[in-house]
Design a protein. Structure first.
Length: 228
């Protein structure tokens, strides 16, 4: 495996590059309110049908029982369930919102500025989020700080594996083509950082809303404090 000449940045989204409140207060309600109508209108499209069937398998439902599938998806949204078919369907719904201008993704100005600076300096930047890859691309294409997709080298979601599993980070390093030690993972969730560290990555803990009581892990409050 070829070592990276410069550290690779792997970043989370919620609570790291953008506010977790935007996701929970804007994106989740947007998809929740539109889920039933979206499924009814698009149920026969192959991409949507595949996700409906995946939800039915996971929940033990009949794929043609659209009311039950819809109710399950709404419940998963309320539970913040990291279910891959839910994330895929949410991404499809958000696509319409972003492209119409109804949705504008939140990103912290310090994150946007530092990501652009790292890209200009030659650091490859990848994203790893529980949101689908399609949703990630939409998010970064329609931020309040402009279109950031040109500076991103790649995206990973839960199809690679859970964010609290070390094997997921090993798989990401293999896909990127570098040693895990050449990757710096940025997240606001300690359990994700621990999994990345088990895989051999370096990590940075973002605590934008303040450090939890009793925390011992070093942390930073913004991207301006990060040194790769």
């Amino acid at each position: 495996m070829v070592a990276a000449r410069l550290p690779v940045v792997l970043t989370d989204i919620e609570g790291t590059t953008g506010s977790i409140r935007f996701v929970h207060d804007v994106l989740f309600p947007h998809s929740r309110e539109r889920m039933a109508a979206f499924l009814a209108a698009h149920r026969d499209e192959p991409a949507v049908r595949a996700e409906i069937e995946a939800v039915a398998r996971e929940a033990g439902l009949a794929p043609d029982d659209l009311p039950a599938v819809t109710a399950t998806l709404v419940r998963w949204i309320d539970e913040d369930r990291k279910a891959t078919p839910l994330k895929a369907l949410q991404g499809m719904i958000w696509k319409d919102g972003f492209e119409s201008g109804e949705l504008v993704a939140h990103i912290y100005p310090d994150a946007a500025a530092r990501l652009r600076a790292w890209h200009a300096a030659g650091h490859p930047i990848h994203v790893y989020s529980s949101g689908s890859i399609a949703a990630q691309k939409l998010y970064f294409a329609h931020t309040g700080e402009g279109d950031l997709t040109p500076i991103l080298s790649g995206h990973f979601d839960t199809t690679t594996g859970g964010k609290r599993e070390a094997r997921s980070y090993r798989a990401i390093a293999a896909r990127v083509g570098v040693d895990p030690a050449d990757i710096v993972f940025l997240s606001d969730v300690e359990a994700e950082l621990e999994a990345a560290e088990q895989a051999g990555m370096r990590t940075v803990w973002l605590t934008r809303d303040g450090r939890p009581d009793g925390a011992t892990r070093p942390s930073v409050a913004s991207f301006d404090e990060i040194t790769l």
